[in-house]
Design a protein around this ligand. Structure first.
Ligand code: SAH
Ligand code: SF4
Length: 333
């Protein structure tokens, strides 16, 4: 509960160096209790212990594979949220949740299959990364990247997400470079427009998944409100305003959106634009009846993009053995 503690320090006129120490203890040393705050006098530690919980979340479970660790947290109001730590080369990426479930109802997504509960607070978003930083500290490692690709739609919790980004980016706090932070949205156009005026170099990913309105609306009901043409226009404006390419995510689902015709349709939509396409192989889960395409289908899809000079990469489903992959975060029952 960093925010409240800092406020308490200010209200009680504690000297500025105490706030600096507090920041250092929480965001650099990743302490897990007030008792570990040995730079503070005992009386102050006692006061804090009495008045605050250091964390609003409690860690209830971790599940590991070779290159991912899933963390399950319990909120004060007894909901469960999940975050995933992804280990690739030297990068330590945390996939954070921004909501408890999601109201967008995308047909292929496990998070969207459950009724939406509520937005996460700034504390709850930030604490996911604090716990994981503490976990990495023991291995002499630190979180290097943040992606808002866990449970929920970040742009439906815009203000808290922006405040959390400021804390991740703040050099006195996590000090994670803005270029190492990605926000992924289902395509909330007014918020994409607000986001492009946000003076940080944070990256934007837009979930596309289909290049025609009929199929996109079937898969993602929000497309009725924010249809393709306007969405791509917003993406173009983002690039114009920020000089940064938009990353379009495209989950390949067997016999749904993975044919050569679909690839050509995608080419038509994006050709000549400064974009990156992130092809994600669908992760099967119990809440939907879709299947993942074969490797040859995925490769052919990518080849069509390549031959039209559209930059792309393939994201394989790391972590799916522990249901820690994208679109599989469904909380705990
Ligand atoms: N709500 C945001 C961010 C969270 S989802 C969004 O939709 O963009 C992060 C990514 O995982 C999105 O691109 C989403 O479409 C994708 N995803 C959802 N379900 C998936 C599944 N079953 N397999 C693979 N990717 C999935
Ligand atoms: Fe929500 Fe994103 Fe899942 Fe759609 S894909 S239901 S927006 S979390």
């Amino acid at each position: 509960m960093y925010k409240e503690i800092e406020q308490y320090f200010q209200e009680n006129n504690l000297p500025k160096f105490r706030i600096n120490q507090l920041e250092d203890l929480i965001f650099k040393q990743f302490v897990s209790s007030f008792d570990e705050m040995s730079t503070f006098p005992k009386s102050l530690r006692e006061q804090l212990n009495e008045k605050f919980d250091l964390f609003t979340l409690s860690l209830v479970e971790t599940k590991k594979t070779k290159d991912t660790v899933k963390f399950v947290f319990k909120t004060k109001d007894d909901n469960y949220i999940e975050s995933v730590l992804i280990l690739h080369d030297k990068r330590r990426t945390v996939c954070v949740s921004s909501q408890i479930f999601c109201a967008m109802g995308c047909k292929f997504c496990a998070t969207g299959a459950k009724p939406f509960k509520r937005n996460l607070t700034v504390n709850e978003i930030v604490e996911q990364v604090l716990f994981i930083s503490n976990y990495l500290k023991n291995k002499n490692e630190r979180v290097t990247n943040i992606v808002y690709m866990g449970m929920g739609e970040p742009f439906m919790n815009y203000d808290n997400v922006i405040e959390s980004i400021r804390i991740f980016n703040d050099e006195n706090k996590f000090n994670i470079g803005a270029r190492h932070i990605v926000v992924s949205t289902v395509g909330i156009i007014p918020k994409i427009k607000e986001f492009m005026n946000f003076n940080l170099q944070v990256k934007l990913a837009i979930s596309l998944h289909a290049a025609n309105n009929k199929l996109r609306s079937e898969l993602m009901p929000i497309n009725d409100q924010y249809p393709l043409k306007k969405l791509i226009e917003a993406g173009d404006q983002f690039t114009k305003k920020t000089n940064k390419k938009v990353s379009y995510e495209y989950v390949l689902i067997k016999n749904v959106n993975d044919s050569e015709d679909h690839a050509n349709e995608l080419v038509k939509l994006l050709k000549g634009k400064l974009v990156h396409v992130n092809l994600i192989v669908y992760n099967p889960h119990e809440f939907a009846n879709f299947e993942k395409p074969s490797k040859s289908v995925v490769d052919k899809f990518k080849k069509i993009l390549n031959s039209n000079n559209i930059e792309s990469s393939i994201r394989h489903s790391i972590g799916d053995e522990i249901s820690g992959a994208c679109g599989q975060l469904a909380g705990k029952n």
